[in-house]
Design a protein. Structure first.
Length: 615
């Protein structure tokens, strides 16, 4: 399955490059691609690598570009209306408004790109990270043939070939946590092979996982903490650092947040008391030391390298990395009693095995009822690559799952439907948020039915779907709601608004309409627009969801993946407004019952086609 996914990514990359030639007469403003770009200056990053700043035009209706720190990118140029790839894989360091900084593989690459820019127009697009696929393939092979007794016990439980076991320990007490969080921590420290902390939106999953790590460190010298993305690793590592835990962060410093740089291996290596001697030895070797002197210097160099490395790992209570990063050379022959995987429901199973090989037992935290990892190959998805290891264990060993049941984000009316549909009705709102609203006169739930408006449209440019009448209605609804609250209240109370849609085309259209209205100019910092994927992990006081789909045959596309709606709905703290064609959507049971729920607990409003007004 991993090979199928790699092949699909490589083919998609080649297809996109081939398609660029026909588009290069104008600019390209697409997710994952920018053309033309200008080279604006060189510099060096914290690790001494060369960097290059590039600039590009930003469209009014700019969408997510998918460029993130740490992602690989390649440059291309225009040759007789054909796009030619340049042989330098770079990595994104920073992304700003109309600008990007990338790290270069060498001084030669910098000169080559400068020379090309003098003769050709250039573009930049996301590349393929072959290293991740190699690591996943090797991890699967090693996990299959490993004969380590403790690992084999854990592997058999994870695969459903054996039953999980528990050990008895004195009960833990955390007065600042709720009962379900305390139970999850107790299970996490007692589990012999696997424990899952299932954290629905707003239930304090990271807080619970951090406490479970700290409690485990009462019994173990060191643990490994991983997550599928650098951002997730940095987030939980930061929470541990703030609790006074010594964290050693393994990975490419370019992909880490600024706060984590002081914990990164490279920075601590250079700060070690013996590093100055090591640097001088390397300098003398570079200057041409020979014979017996060179032999002594190399021996001392090796001694210092081993000592510094041992000191850094021995001092750390937590070693953290991405799942793929756990296979770095630095981690060879490292073994841990316990592995913690945060955001496990978004991790590809083969990536999990790379980290699992280094541990005797595992504690996973996540929510398999939210968005899964992205799998681009339809064939690989059908083969099971889109089913995570956490999902499998939830089914195989439900006794290993601790559900966090108290949520601290949503008004209870917003929470109640997702709780019933996705979590067996077991969620409850904390008292401090249960009745929280933007206004005492307001209801937390609203559905604006667009059944009598025009249908969805397919964009020529990106083939994404949009719905122009629905987009305009979203803008009018947002303005009406702000007027009801008053712009002064929005400013003084710092209320924030999110507009979420499943389709990039609709997000692009809504952004354009927002910028066209002078009314929103002073309020733009309070309003964000994005896709469901872009909003996972975030929250806003008010959420407006534009569902787009509107047709006579009830087609709703990937809105059938109800996890998207779970993510979208549970971003809202105090107000949730759904804008969508109830007639189209209600052919699916979920949306039909959601509409009925809102009719009962909120407002259900129809729209007139001729005036686009509500009545």
């Amino acid at each position: 399955m991993v090979a199928l996914e790699l092949r699909e990514e490589q083919q998609a990359y080649r297809r996109s490059l081939e398609e660029r030639g026909a588009m290069l007469t104008g600019g390209i403003h697409e997710p994952g691609c920018r053309y033309p770009v200008r080279l604006c200056g060189e510099g060096y990053n914290a690790m001494g690598q060369r960097t290059l700043e590039i600039r590009y035009e930003v469209e009014e209706d700019e969408v997510e570009l998918d460029f993130e720190p740490g992602k690989p990118v390649t440059f291309f140029r225009l040759d007789n209306d054909n796009a030619s790839e340049l042989p330098h894989q770079c990595y994104v360091e920073q992304v700003g408004d109309g600008a990007m900084v990338v790290s270069l593989p060498s001084k030669t690459a910098a000169q080559s790109l400068r020379d090309t820019a003098e003769r050709h127009l250039m573009g930049v697009q996301l590349g393929v990270d072959n290293t991740s696929f190699r690591v996943m393939n090797e991890a699967l092979s090693e996990a299959e043939r490993s004969e380590n007794e403790r690992f084999v016990q854990m592997r058999n439980v994870l695969l459903g070939l054996a039953k999980p076991s528990m050990r008895q320990l004195p009960p833990t007490t955390f007065p600042w946590l709720n009962a379900s969080q305390q139970e999850a921590i107790q299970h996490a420290v007692e589990a012999q092979q696997i424990s899952i902390i299932h954290g629905p939106p707003g239930t304090g999953k990271t807080t619970t996982l951090v406490e479970a790590i700290i409690e485990t460190l009462q019994r173990e010298t060191q643990v490994l903490v991983c997550a599928p993305s650098n951002a997730a690793v940095d987030w939980i590592s930061t929470q541990l650092m703030r609790r006074g835990i010594n964290v050693l962060r393994i990975g490419n410093p370019l992909r880490m947040s600024d706060e984590m740089l002081d914990c990164c291996y490279e920075r601590r290596y250079a700060a070690h008391p013996d590093y100055h001697e090591l640097w001088n030895i390397r300098k003398r070797l570079r200057e041409g030391a020979k014979g017996e002197q060179a032999h002594r210097l190399r021996n001392r160099e090796t001694e210092l390298e081993i000592k510094i490395n041992a000191d850094l790992f021995n001092e750390a209570r937590v070693v953290s990395s991405t799942l793929i990063g756990s296979a770095y050379r630095l981690m060879e022959r490292r073994h841990f009693g316990t592995l913690f995987i945060d955001e496990a429901a978004q991790a590809l199973e083969p990536a999990c095995w790379a980290a699992l090989l280094k541990a005797d037992r595992v504690v996973m935290g996540g929510d398999h009822q939210q968005l899964p990892p992205t799998v681009k190959s339809v064939e690989a998805a059908k083969g099971g690559l889109d089913e995570t290891l956490m999902q499998k264990v939830v089914v195989l060993h439900p006794q290993c799952v601790s559900l966090l049941t108290v949520q601290y984000r949503m008004n209870e009316d917003i929470m109640s439907f997702p709780s019933r549909w996705f979590y067996g009705g077991r969620l409850e709102a904390a008292p401090e948020v249960a009745q929280r609203t933007t206004s005492p006169l307001d209801t937390p739930l609203m559905w604006i039915d667009t059944s009598k408006l025009d249908s969805e449209e397919k964009e020529n440019r990106s083939k994404s779907l949009s719905n122009s009448q629905e987009a305009r209605l979203v803008i009018h609804t947002l303005r009406d709601y702000i007027e009801m609250l008053s712009p002064q209240k929005v400013e003084s109370e710092r209320l924030d608004f999110g507009i979420i849609t499943p389709y990039r085309g609709q997000a692009r259209l809504i952004r354009r309409l927002l910028k066209m209205q002078h009314y929103f100019k002073k309020l733009r910092r309070h309003i964000s627009v994005g896709t469901v994927d872009g909003f996972q992990g975030q929250e806003r006081d008010v959420i407006v969801i534009s569902l787009v789909r509107s047709n006579d045959n009830g087609k709703i596309g990937f809105l059938r993946d109800l996890r998207r709606m779970n993510v979208a709905m549970t971003r809202a703290r105090m107000k949730l407004i759904i804008v969508g064609n109830a007639e189209t959507l209600s052919r699916h049971r979920f949306y039909r019952e959601l509409a009925e729920h809102i009719k009962e607990h909120g407002e259900f409003i129809e729209t007139k086609p001729e005036t686009n007004e509500k009545y």
